[in-house]
Design a protein around this ligand. Structure first.
Ligand SMILES: [Fe+2]
Ligand SMILES: [Fe+2]
Length: 324
């Protein structure tokens, strides 16, 4: 069986599950009623329970880290913040990759989501440029690990994309958004980050829910997606050590990076468990098995690029769940 072959996997999802996949533009009257009831929730609940995705599997509260009142202060922290925003800016520009997944979307629901996501990611680019103006800095290049994680490791199948880039990748970015919201002193910058974070929550939720359903429909995806995501842990560890060296461990926020990294890892573990990708804990996976999982997953990642692509929506739209 071809792992990550998106179209047959989506077709194998049950009728009840299919109805849950329908997004706002293609929603049924049942979903529209759900939207009305969700809209009546308080603001915090709305952010974690978006009507068209079912909400994040890991809540905002679970993703938050207590920095104990430590702050980035301007103008003294301008260079440190500029370096952090250089990494974010690169990630936001990779929003153009949505174009690839819009073209290769397995359902009209997914296509609608990626079209909206592309607009949101590109608006985040403009919002980050506004932040540079506010802190009095100019954009610079991103670190090579960020470039590798954001573009070099771009998913080669739909399952890879929703699991590694949207759920796990954007989930990690979202935790850093929250960390900056909680530590930057300048309220104008925080306001911009808050509005972008709410949209990122939708991206993460979509990736989590889609991954969860794909794994339920095909449990053989589990090890494949786990192996790919284990490399995120290695990359995070490497990046955290670099940040400590590059930005200074004496800083009141940055000296907490080792503890924050442990929290990132714990949340990643919870996310993988709730999506059904990880059974048990990461600690239970021995070093040799980790190496084996990573090697096997990357072999599939590279070889799947050589296989024929799933059919496009122009060939399959009449069978789309939203048209049933
Ligand atoms: Fe974004
Ligand atoms: Fe995003």
């Amino acid at each position: 069986m071809r792992v990550g072959y998106a179209r047959p996997l989506m077709q194998s999802v049950g009728v009840d599950q299919k109805s849950q996949l329908i997004s706002a533009p293609f929603a049924s009257s049942l979903n529209r009623r759900r939207f009305v009831s969700v809209s009546a929730q308080p603001a915090e609940a709305q952010a974690d329970l978006t009507p068209d995705t079912g909400g994040m599997l890991v809540s905002r509260q679970e993703m938050r880290f207590d920095f104990g009142g430590a702050r980035f202060r301007l103008p003294s922290d301008k260079q440190r913040l500029a370096w952090i925003f250089d990494q974010f800016l690169y990630g936001e520009v990779t929003g153009i990759q949505c174009g690839h997944w819009l073209y290769h979307a397995p359902t009209l629901e997914a296509a609608g989501f990626f079209a909206r996501q592309a607009v949101e990611e590109l608006s985040h680019v403009r919002q980050f440029l506004r932040i540079y103006d506010l802190i009095g800095a100019r954009p610079g290049p991103a670190h090579r690990i960020i470039r590798l994680m954001a573009t070099g490791a771009m998913g080669s199948t739909y399952a890879e994309h929703v699991a590694t880039e949207m759920a796990v990748g954007e989930g990690l970015v979202l935790m850093i958004f929250y960390a900056l919201i909680d530590t930057i002193e300048d309220e104008r910058v925080v306001k911009i980050l808050e509005s972008a974070a709410r949209q990122e929550e939708r991206h993460v939720a979509f990736g989590e829910r889609q991954t969860q359903r794909l794994v339920q429909a095909n449990p053989r995806l589990r090890d494949y997606l786990l192996g790919l995501n284990l490399t995120s842990l290695l990359a995070m560890d490497r990046l955290a050590r670099y940040i400590g060296k590059r930005l200074g461990q004496d800083h009141e926020v940055l000296r907490q990076i080792p503890a924050f990294l442990r929290r990132l890892t714990a949340v990643l573990e919870i996310r993988l468990q709730r999506m059904g990708v990880l059974e048990g804990s990461l600690a239970e996976i021995g070093a040799l098995r980790k190496v084996w999982l990573i090697a096997k997953s990357y072999l599939r990642h590279w070889s799947s690029r050589l296989l024929p692509r799933p059919k496009l929506l122009t060939q399959t739209y009449l069978d789309d769940p939203s048209l049933k």
